[in-house]
Design a protein around this ligand. Structure first.
Ligand code: PSV
Ligand code: MN
Length: 430
């Protein structure tokens, strides 16, 4: 097993930065206290923040055109877990891993559970995969899975999702996430209503197989692999399906799965209001489902989403507790570095949203003072909360500067030596 990051190295690197951090933390604490905010209360919330890592994100991604395998990329779920443990050791906010089946091949789930326990990791939502055929598959998903016109293909897709629930039980997960690529590429190819009816019938069978304390998360996406219509195209179809299925079914918002310029934070608010917000796949995008690193392009949008989430948290909104997860593709960076960076970026949006002056915001909203509403949000967004994030990591035994310690550790070079390149990571092109 590839050696993980030495605790001594983390301590040694932290020691070099700690005095400056304490000064910066004190200065930020003074600034926040002038607005009646106790910095330690915010830091405690930052310490409690968790965002899951997608197992497939630890491998190098690619595009329809090519994939350039990275050095020492994980070849199986065991190695993906090792990399996930490194991310969590340094970041201290990613203790959950979200697996994808059958990309993650597992013969013995109890052995996998023991391994994750020993690494201090837990399992997040189980992702099913009916968007491609597996070798030797009898009934194809070429023309869809849960909505296929062929009952045999639909049954296969249903059974796979029921199997995923069993895998999840063995791993102590509580959620199944279903994203299907079903749709059409030509106008007229598909009868919209009949296809959606078939999808709902299939989903009802899966829903019936859910344990009482589980949730079923439905993920929508505007296009790809179907380029004319997709069965769960948008949050409207998504929430309609979730409402049809029942209270355990909720909608999952992947940031990249909307048309450009769509107001995602408003969608989030609507889902919160109707108790239908299941979770998130965080990433960033410029053109479509680009799967860029979270917060790398639109940090203000990410902050505005957290503004809604924190608002719900402070209002003690009923049945509110979405799963946070990253879902991004790393083509040119070290996936471990990107995932650490992105986890911290999402955590930063959460912390920034925590320091919004909500009393003032409500006053300005009531007075229709649009400019001051905007300025109130901007004030929180432009406050550099780095010392809070760094202190949260330090207090939990993580690294003040995760990327620097990771680079110092030589982990990637060692993984390269121990994991001869097989040309694939078992996850297709993501
Ligand atoms: C689809 O584009 C998606 O966002 C779904 O979450 C899949 O499970 C994942 O990407 C696969 O890469
Ligand atoms: Mn996704």
């Amino acid at each position: 097993m590839t050696q993980r990051i030495d605790k001594g190295l983390i301590a040694e690197q932290n020691a070099k930065l700690e005095a400056n951090l304490k000064e910066d933390y004190q200065a930020l604490g003074n600034k926040l206290s002038r607005d009646g905010i106790n910095i330690d209360e915010i830091t405690a919330k930052a310490e409690a923040f968790q965002i899951a890592v997608p197992s497939w994100g630890t491998g190098t991604g690619g595009t329809r055109f090519a994939r350039f395998p990275g050095e020492g990329e994980p070849r199986n779920i065991w190695e993906k877990l090792e990399d996930s443990a490194v991310i969590n050791d340094l970041s201290q906010c990613t203790e959950r891993v979200s697996p994808h089946f059958p990309w993650d091949k597992v013969d013995d789930f109890s052995e996998l559970k023991q391994t994750s326990d020993s690494l201090g990791l837990k399992w997040d939502s189980i992702n099913s995969n009916t968007f491609q055929d597996q070798p030797g598959q009898e009934h194809s998903f070429k023309y869809g899975s849960l909505s296929n016109t062929s009952a045999a293909s639909r049954d296969l897709a249903i059974q796979h999702n029921l199997d995923c629930i069993e895998y999840g039980k063995a791993l102590d997960s509580k959620t199944l996430t279903v994203w299907v690529g079903d749709g059409s590429n030509h106008p007229g190819q598909q009868h919209f209503q009949h296809a959606f009816e078939r999808y709902l019938e299939s989903m009802k069978t899966i829903y019936a197989g859910l344990p009482a304390d589980w949730e079923l998360h439905i993920e929508h996406k505007m296009f790809e692999p179907a380029f004319y219509s997709t069965i769960i195209q948008d949050w409207g179809s998504n929430v309609l399906a979730a409402m049809e299925l029942g209270p355990q079914a909720k909608s999952l918002v992947d940031l990249g799965h909307h048309a450009p310029n769509v107001n995602i934070e408003m969608i989030v608010s609507r889902l919160i209001q109707f108790k239908k917000l299941g979770g998130f796949h965080f990433n960033d995008s410029k053109y479509g489902d680009d799967d860029l690193d979270s917060g790398s392009l639109h940090p203000y949008q990410q902050f505005l989403i957290f503004n809604e989430l924190v608002d719900a948290e402070y209002r003690n909104q009923a049945e509110f507790g979405p799963n946070y997860m990253l879902d991004q593709s790393h083509n040119v960076t070290d996936p471990i570095e990107s995932l650490m960076n992105s986890a911290a970026s999402v955590q930063r949006s959460y912390v920034s949203a925590l320091i919004v002056d909500r009393t003032k915001l409500t006053e300005y909203q009531t007075a229709n003072d649009a400019l001051m509403c905007s300025n109130t949000l901007k004030k929180a967004f432009t406050t550099d909360v780095s010392p809070i994030l760094e202190m949260a990591r330090l207090r939990k035994g993580g690294a003040i500067d995760p990327i620097a310690v990771y680079r110092q550790s030589g982990y990637r070079a060692q993984a390269g030596a121990e994991r001869p390149n097989t040309g694939g990571n078992g996850s297709g092109i993501v």
